[in-house]
Write a protein that binds this ligand. Structure first.
Ligand code: ZN
Length: 389
């Protein structure tokens, strides 16, 4: 939803994929610069005369990485709570304004929504209090003159600066996320409350969207005020407001779309019949003979005449042109699997879930082991477009 570029996968924690959007690198560099050259020198009472303050830069990188870990812990709390409540988690993406835990479904009840939303800020508060505790403890030890006889005579000051910074940053993280504008955590808590009150998720989400837009408006007003007062950092608020405005609308429209798709059956919008090609053809032959077909996937047929896979332009494009002569359809196709297919009477929402979960372009429509058609993002989008979404 927020990704500007395709995010990088950096690994998994508790089985949850972690991705970093390129915009996050930008904020990491800005933050490190600001800490090393502005904030830490002030807090430590150091005046930078010339060149690069290497020690402060190392300290700033460490502080930025710890902030990164704090944001990750916040999102991880959302993700683990979602998983614990039976809501599937697709992954966590870190981007310019922090992170987002992507869940596959809407929460099934206001209680679930509330719990998933509240644990994030709660963890940020806990980290903030812990860091503040470390800071107070270091101050107390220093007052008792504990460090003067040890090798930690100076390093404790650095540790204290980092602890103080993390206490502050996590407090801001918790408070900002608790602002009542959907889809921020506070807005989700608000939506959960309205959902419990109205007993109607769509109405609650509509008011949630409005809360997000009101907050976006307030952020713009605050930004204008700051800029008029010559605080040019206020420009950040415009970008933030824009993200919030967009995200709140997207969340509402995604809900409407899911409602529409749950009311239409697969057979009403699937694409059928499909072109059939032999799985033994080379991709070169496919490209020459079926160039007109390329935008619609075809069924790959084996020697017995049974369908064994789907092959479309996406699969052909994955293979380098130079290898088209020697690559057979069977090597490039997506093999048919019953658990990754839908039936004629499934609702279209089920097709969307499979497409999203498996990151596929098309899902086969099967009945009694026979492939009757396909349903892809194009069919779903056309249906939604024709019905006002
Ligand atoms: Zn959160």
């Amino acid at each position: 939803m927020f990704a500007i570029f395709r995010p990088w996968n950096i690994g998994k924690i508790f089985g949850i994929p972690i991705r970093v959007d390129a915009s996050w690198i930008l904020i990491f560099l800005l933050l490190t610069y600001q800490l090393a050259f502005i904030i830490f020198p002030i807090e430590l009472g150091i005046r930078i005369r010339r060149g690069v303050p290497w020690e402060l830069l190392a300290l700033a990188v460490l502080a930025s990485l710890l902030l990164f870990a704090s944001v990750l812990a916040h999102e991880m709390a959302h993700a683990l709570m979602a998983r614990g409540r039976g809501v599937q988690v697709l992954g966590i993406t870190l981007f310019i304004f922090g992170g987002v835990a992507q869940i596959a479904d809407e929460p099934d009840s206001p209680q679930t929504e509330f719990l998933i939303a509240i644990v994030g800020p709660l963890i940020s508060f806990v980290i903030s209090i812990f860091a503040a505790g470390v800071w107070i403890w270091l101050q107390a030890l220093s007052t008792l003159d504990v460090f003067s006889q040890t090798p930690f005579q100076f390093t404790w000051v650095y540790a204290a600066v980092i602890a103080f910074y993390l206490a502050q940053a996590n407090l801001v993280l918790a408070l900002f996320n608790l602002l009542p504008g959907f889809p921020l955590d506070g807005g989700r808590v608000l939506r959960a409350a309205l959902w419990a009150l109205f007993q109607n998720q769509r109405r609650a989400t509509f008011w949630g969207m409005l809360s997000g837009r009101v907050l976006a408006g307030l952020l713009v007003a605050l930004g204008v005020f700051l800029i008029v007062s010559r605080e040019y950092g206020g420009a950040w608020l415009f970008l933030m407001a824009w993200f919030l405005w967009r995200a709140s609308g997207e969340a509402y429209h995604a809900l409407l779309a899911r409602e529409l798709l749950s009311r239409v059956r697969v057979q009403e919008i699937m694409r059928a019949p499909l072109p059939r090609i032999s799985e033994a053809l080379s991709l070169r032959e496919v490209a020459d003979a079926f160039s007109l077909w390329l935008h619609s996937p075809a069924l790959a047929i084996d020697l017995n005449g049974s369908a064994v896979g789907l092959v479309g332009i996406a699969q052909v494009k994955q293979i380098a042109r130079a290898k088209w002569e020697t690559t057979r359809v069977r090597q490039a196709m997506v093999p048919l699997q019953t658990e990754m297919s839908v039936t004629l009477n499934d609702d279209a929402l089920r097709a969307l879930k499979i497409l999203t979960d498996r990151e596929m372009d098309e899902v086969a429509v099967m009945d009694d082991g026979q492939v009757l058609g396909v349903i892809g993002r194009g069919e779903l989008a056309r249906y939604l477009h024709a019905h006002g979404e």
